[in-house]
Design a protein around this ligand. Structure first.
Ligand code: ZN
Length: 191
């Protein structure tokens, strides 16, 4: 999406933007970039992330390339409604780690006139849609799918390969646990 087009949108309506893709595709960098642009325009911005993500920093969202912004940690998406009430732009990172009520929260925020930007994994390590991201994609006005580069063959990658044998859907980690792979090189573990 060309976000520069958004400057032409009237300020009194809200909407939902989703930035999704596999790990190492630059989702968080893109979220940070959009939030910074809004800050430069002196809009009131606030960023949230779920408590499950303890990588690197408790109070910042940090991309793998180490850009960071101050964020608030919440246990449940419903807390965002109160915490974001004065914000014009609401950023949410690691959307896939929230429960399904994130969709309702984002819809309420957008209906209140806020710009809502959610970054998250659209697929789990098996390549299956990672709730609540598919539901968010269905109700979002703007969708950006970021691609990484397959570490095996160099083609565009949209899948996250887990390098360990753990079977839990959520295993927090970075390059020690995951790598980006294309459809052809992605290996789904045995059920
Ligand atoms: Zn590949």
């Amino acid at each position: 999406m060309d976000t520069s087009a958004l400057h032409n949108v009237p300020r009194n309506i809200g909407w939902i933007e989703v930035v999704c893709g596999c790990m190492f595709s630059g989702k968080t960098e893109e979220l940070i970039r959009r939030m910074r642009r809004a800050e430069i325009a002196k809009q009131k911005v606030t960023i949230f992330k779920p408590r499950i993500d303890n990588r690197y920093s408790a109070e910042h969202i940090v991309s793998h390339s180490e850009q960071s912004l101050v964020s608030q940690v919440v246990d449940d998406a419903s807390e965002i409604l109160e915490l974001a009430k004065d914000a014009q732009v609401v950023g949410i990172d690691e959307g896939q780690f929230f429960k399904l009520n994130l969709v309702d929260v984002c819809e309420k925020l957008a209906t209140q006139g806020k710009r809502v930007i959610v970054a998250g994994l659209d697929q789990d390590y098996r390549g299956k849609p990672f709730e609540p991201m598919p539901q968010l994609l269905a109700v979002a006005e703007y969708i950006t799918k970021t691609l990484a580069i397959c570490v095996v063959c160099g083609n565009p990658a949209d899948r996250t390969q887990r390098k360990t044998q753990q079977q839990d859907r959520v295993v927090v980690g970075a390059k020690d646990v995951y790598e980006a792979r294309c459809r052809r090189c992605h290996q789904v573990p045995n059920e």
